[in-house]
Design a protein around this ligand. Structure first.
Ligand SMILES: Nc1ncnc2c1ncn2[C@@H]1O[C@H](COP(=O)(O)OP(=O)(O)O)[C@@H](O)[C@H]1O
Ligand SMILES: [Mg+2]
Length: 358
């Protein structure tokens, strides 16, 4: 399958879905799905619609039933969103019939979709990428504040008896409420499970997989999310995680058998090319290394991670380190401007040339 076929989407702006949702623009192409901005005529609001890439429909990829996965994602997301501000609100779901060109032929396809609250702000992935591009390190106060917001969202999911299982920067959204306050919402709960469920699918993303997630048949456990949370904090601090591998096997090996370096490690001749920060709060390094323990039983609970982060923030406040502008009032380069989308340019070109679905 060509990249063009994978990225192609048969909706033109103006297409009406289920007589109610009017397609406006693409927001992003993720690993498996398309996310669109649509206008909800009845709710009179912008919202986001998520559906699967036509080229990944089970008719072409029978090994993985993405239609079923998306249906489960909608049910889990809706369950999690009840009385819970830490995930997007879910509005409606269903099936869209489309004509799509896949593997050189046109097919009638039923694509599952759901619509949800359109979040305002940016993902942790974008924050980390921009920091890396600009070769700027986030100040410690910002690292700790962002980590706290994220840990609160993870805790909210765990308190409802769920394990997210795909915690990574692109699934962590720093959302700005209408009153200007900010919170993290976790998105993309496609492979989330109830705590204790036996897992059929392994880790969501190898780079953020806990050691046990590479072993078949393990049960969903908050320790797996906490491991991934620690990796996210590590990346916020250093722009990169403790392990760099070329493929799934490389990550499986690293997560299972290699001890992660601490973030304060003093640069040596070999490590000089890598970035460590000897000025990091020692308690932060301590909690990260414990959360990155190979054995789930050795990792701190989500509550303990949150307590540790609160403690570090209190100390920084006592010592007069001010809250940092990066997340309280982000500079222009961190926030999407009105009308701006994070969609890759290549995809934007393709979608612009597509006809409206009949
Ligand atoms: N409700 C939303 N509001 C705004 N942007 C969103 C929303 N949901 C997803 N996105 C954007 O779309 C991207 C892909 O969404 P995601 O659900 O993670 O799809 P995938 O399953 O393909 O990874 C996210 O990283 C985020 O940038
Ligand atoms: Mg995602």
């Amino acid at each position: 399958m060509t990249t063009r076929e994978l990225l192609e989407f048969p909706f033109a702006p103006g297409t009406v879905i289920d007589g109610r949702l009017v397609v406006k623009e693409g927001v992003e192409v993720g690993g498996m799905g398309h996310v669109f901005c649509v206008w909800d005529r009845e709710g009179e609001r912008d919202c986001c619609l998520k559906t699967i890439l036509p080229g990944l429909h089970p008719r072409f990829c029978p090994a993985l039933d993405l239609c079923e996965l998306m249906r489960r994602e909608r049910v889990t997301a809706a369950t999690l969103a009840v009385d819970n501000d830490f995930v997007p609100r879910i509005f409606q779901g269903g099936t869209i019939w489309v004509s799509a060109e896949v593997q050189g032929k046109w097919h009638e396809l039923d694509l599952p979709y759901y619509s949800m609250e359109r979040l305002q702000g940016t993902t942790f992935e974008r924050i980390i990428r921009l920091q890396r591009q600009q070769r700027e390190l986030l100040p410690w106060r910002t690292v700790v504040d962002l980590s706290l917001l994220c840990a609160r969202a993870v805790q909210a999911v765990h308190r409802r008896g769920f394990i997210h299982r795909d915690i990574k920067p692109s699934n962590i959204f720093l959302h700005q409420r209408e009153d200007g306050s900010r919170l993290v919402k976790l998105i993309d709960c496609g492979i989330s499970a109830r705590a204790g469920d036996k897992l059929l699918l392994g880790t969501g993303t190898a780079r953020f997989g806990s050691p046990e997630s590479f072993v078949p048949g393990n049960a969903a456990n908050e320790a797996g999310d906490n491991y991934a949370l620690a990796l996210v904090v590590y990346e916020l601090a250093l722009w990169r995680g403790p392990f760099v591998a070329a493929d799934l096997r490389g990550y499986a090996c690293a997560h299972q058998f290699i001890a992660p370096a601490g973030i304060r490690q003093t640069p040596t001749a070999e490590s000089a090319a890598s970035r460590f920060r000897p000025d990091a709060p020692p308690e932060l390094e301590d909690i990260l290394l414990r959360a990155l323990s190979k054995s789930p039983a050795d990792r701190p609970s989500t509550d303990a991670i949150l307590d540790a982060l609160e403690g570090i923030r209190e100390r920084l406040t006592r010592e007069g380190v001010p809250p940092n502008a990066h997340h309280d009032r982000p500079p222009g380069h961190l926030a999407l401007q009105p009308g701006e989308t994070a969609i890759p340019h290549a995809w934007r070109r393709v979608s612009a040339s597509l006809p409206a679905a009949p």
